[in-house]
Design a protein around this ligand. Structure first.
Ligand code: C2O
Length: 537
């Protein structure tokens, strides 16, 4: 626990090793990472290594009640996993309730020693982690929202590396400063750790070259603005100006919002300044400040244009192994619906109901023991069922006028996949409450984003436009507001793998499900037994 003051409010927050944002983990591809987590607080906690493939190390993935029971006060658990074939930036965060609001930090994955990047070697690495600051206690906020069924209170600020910047009251001194030298290339490692908001980001009068996304190299492309959803990471090269400019630059991030709910529409800023030699007569403080321009808050065409520019590097050294033949096709609707208000209670969701998130009309309930243990020990009875629907129970015009009945069902249902199944999954956004973009995150696998579009997916026309050559490979993809995405992945990692919207409130409302990938026949295709310190529920 740590007292932290932002926007004139002091509150006590949970931290790892007293740091906020948390400590960075610096690794190389091929390294084994061992992290011992000792829980000294009253909250149950587990940590997730977001985007790490966890090949045959599913016990170390971390989502509470999915791959493990949470670590209780006074207990510890050792996460032990190897980084295989991933280079770039990932991150770690708590994976229970809303604790990830303050429990998060970067994972930097460098290439193996003496292996170069497929782009000019950067002069310096700079993690840039976006977050969301709440003056109130976030556990109280989500508890109240789940009780009343209403949307939760919104945040009070966005942050860059924990600092809101000068556009908020009382926070001028809490400003992230990036001091650079002219004529150098900096590698910015952007991570969106905000709870509930996708963010636009820009540095005025500078170009950003995207080179790596979710720890996978991409074909480099230049942009002055990025869109980053919670869960995503972007490695971008920032080439500084050849000479000292007579200005400083205000970098900024603010949300991309679809849907109708109220949201925090504030802007976090940081300062890019050129650090002059001591002998210089110029004072940085006297220089004019270049202001940013960002797209409108609901700029969906920017979102679509930006994501269609992303392409895998897909060369001989870093091939795109897109599954070309498909064993199993799924069509999932993702969106917001309602659950009935429990008897003897009044609810503040739409028409006296409770908000619910759902996939194919199922609002997922976490069990009180971990799915992976139940699966591994053959004790699924009473924990989960394997009848998660492959298609929507009742087809409707997903992006048209909302259906009369917005009710969903709740349950703990999973999909079981034999080892090495090639999966194609179309995720269709629904516009029941206005239509919202949903950043869907898959654990334990990367997927290829082979197609996307606005409106309803057309199973006859749209697949012919799929990119099976160099689609972006990643672990989190935004299902566009009022549109769809198609992804492909090979289920080659035995275990139980969570898939959920990375907007935390949607996850809390049940917009989540799990895949069980069965063992293969060969010894190296099986999930090993659990470590002896695996926490108990
Ligand atoms: Cu970054 Cu399941 O999450």
């Amino acid at each position: 626990m740590q007292n932290v003051t932002r926007l004139c409010h002091t509150k006590s927050i949970l931290t790892v090793n007293g740091q906020f944002p948390g400590p960075r983990i610096v690794t190389r591809e091929g390294d084994r990472v061992v992290v011992r987590v000792n829980n000294h607080v009253d909250n149950n906690v587990s940590l997730h290594w977001h985007g790490v493939r966890q090949l045959q190390s599913g016990w170390a993935d971390g989502p509470s009640y999915v791959t493990q029971c949470p670590i209780q006060r006074g207990q510890s658990y050792v996460y032990n996993f190897t980084i295989v074939g991933q280079i770039g930036t990932l991150w770690w965060h708590a994976h229970i309730s809303w604790l990830r609001a303050t429990l998060h930090g970067p994972i930097l994955i460098l290439p193996k020693r003496h292996v170069p990047y497929p782009f000019p070697k950067p002069y310096k690495d700079v993690p840039v982690m976006f977050g969301e600051w709440f003056n109130a206690n976030t556990e109280a906020i989500i508890k109240q929202a789940l009780q009343t069924g209403a949307a939760p209170n919104v945040s009070d600020a966005y942050t860059i590396n924990g600092l809101p910047g000068p556009l908020y009251n009382c926070s001028a001194k809490d400003t992230f400063k990036l001091s650079v030298k002219p004529g150098k290339t900096y590698l910015l490692r952007l991570i969106n750790a905000a709870l509930n908001d996708e963010l636009f980001f820009t540095i005025p009068d500078h170009t950003l070259t995207v080179v790596d996304v979710d720890a996978v190299y991409v074909k480099p492309f230049d942009t002055d603005t990025l869109l980053i959803t919670p869960g995503q990471t972007y490695n971008v090269l920032l080439k500084t100006k050849p000479n000292y400019p007579n200005a400083t630059f205000l970098m900024a991030a603010r949300p991309y919002v679809t849907g109708v709910a109220t949201f925090d529409n504030s802007t976090t800023t940081g300062i890019l300044e050129y650090q002059r030699p001591n002998s210089s007569k110029v004072h940085i403080k006297d220089l004019p400040l270049f202001k940013p321009t960002l797209p409108p808050l609901n700029d969906t065409s920017f979102a679509i244009n930006f994501t269609t520019k992303l392409r895998s590097l897909a060369n001989a050294q870093f091939p795109a192994n897109v599954p070309q033949t498909i064993d199993k096709r799924f069509f999932f609707t993702v969106g917001i619906g309602t659950l009935p208000c429990p008897k003897n209670q009044t609810c503040q969701g739409p028409n006296g109901t409770k908000f619910a998130g759902s996939i194919n009309n199922v609002s997922f309930i976490l069990p009180s023991t971990a799915l992976l243990q139940a699966h591994y020990f053959g004790q699924s009875n009473g924990v989960y069922t394997t009848d998660f629907p492959s298609n929507p129970p009742i087809p409707f015009n997903y992006t048209g006028a909302p259906p009369n009945n917005t009710l969903v069902i709740s349950g703990t249902k999973v999909v079981v996949l034999p080892f090495n199944t090639n999966v194609e999954l179309v995720m269709q956004g629904t516009s029941i409450f206005g239509g919202e973009s949903h950043p869907l995150h898959l654990h334990g696998h990367n997927f290829y984003l082979v197609g996307q579009g606005i409106g309803n997916f057309d199973p006859y026309k749209d697949p012919s436009n799929f990119n099976l050559v160099d689609p972006i490979e990643r672990n989190t993809a935004g299902v566009p507001s009022g549109g769809w995405v198609a992804i492909r992945f090979q289920a080659n990692n035995p275990g139980v793998w969570f898939m959920h919207c990375h907007l935390e409130i949607h996850t809390s409302w049940g917009l989540k499900m799990a895949w069980i990938v069965l063992d293969g026949k060969l010894p190296n295709q099986k999930l090993p037994p659990p470590p002896s310190d695996l926490p108990k529920c």
